[in-house]
Design a binder for this molecule. Sequence first.
Ligand code: ARG
Length: 409
Amino acid sequence: MSRVVLAYSGGLDTSVLLKKLVLEGHEVVAMTVDLGESDAIAGSGAQSALEAVRSKAIALGAYDAVLVDARERFVEEYAFAALRANALYQDVYPLSAALSRPLIAELLVETARKYGADTVAHGCTGKGNDQVRIEVAVRAIDPSIICRAPLRESPLSRPDAIVLAREWGVPVTHTTEKPYSIDANLWGRSIEAGVLEDPWNAPPDDAFAWTAPPARRPPVAREIVVTFAAATPSFEGKSGATAVAELNAVGGGYGVGRIDLVEDRLVGFKSREVYECPGATIMIAAHRALERLVLTRDELRFKALADRRYAELIYDGLWMQPLRGALDAFNGAFAPRMTGEVRLRLENGTCAVTGTRSPYALYREALATYGASDAFDHHAAGGFIALHALPLEAVARAGRPHAQMLGAP
Ligand code: ARG
């Protein structure tokens, strides 16, 4: 009989899975991770719901059940690291689900060590990115741990899951087909499957839970200020997970952070995914705006390349790849200057930066102004243009065509 740590959400699939492992004769430690899924919107507290998940696991015959509150760890070590890289997959998705999986893997391994288990298990199927992210991270941390994905080995349809659940005494709360597959944590909520599988279908209102539909958004815009101290964000005196939850609530009220993406999955096919990420969207917009104020042109240009790669590493399940650590060090090099304030206007589904200030601003009004106090050396521009054009003049003098003359190939 071996001891297995199972990543347990309390839903139908992982509950059936738990029972299956128990019936196979394993000692199952059910591990439930609180990433703020239910209280991602500030003030909607869900600690008791998670306690119920724990009790359910015990009732199903788990050897033990642990509830790990990983909200601050997730935000500080994962989401904020990604924020410093302005991490958006395919330019729009803040990687909420992708960021949580390596943390879940870490916690699985930590729990396995605590309980002397040699095996960890999860309820992912064989089609998604998340199985890759969890298992690659587990292997990176401890290659000696066995990682099982029973629902990949023998897939379970929903009707079959319900039949098994009834037979095994697993409580079934909703027997009707769930319209979507949902994953949520403080950094965002992902919605897939159902009617969204046809990319021509507009996301129906019932796909969204955190963001107000157009008819319920306040008619007047609201201005908010996000503050950064050495690259660490805060909002109205709140920091960490609380600041993110607060921005989810405030931004969600204005319908900010709805994302609709036909994305390229790591496992090779395109899938249509809808997200709502008000807090992440606002924080990333604010962070980028502050960077534009305080970083040099060369830093910004190069960092954009590194940021893109960073987002791809997260998406592709390579959080544990040493390159990610090196990029964190690179991003950390800017942190001492990333202090300042960003004002944003929330209005009907949008968040627009309307002001930035920082003691480290490289912006010089005296150079930029068209007014009387202009300190820019206009004469220097003539010489600059002459040198900037020199390579192109050489092309012209050699009698070769410039790009516009070449026309379309
Ligand atoms: N497609 C996203 C990703 O790979 C989200 C997946 C989350 N799962 C879900 N059931 N919506 O990061």
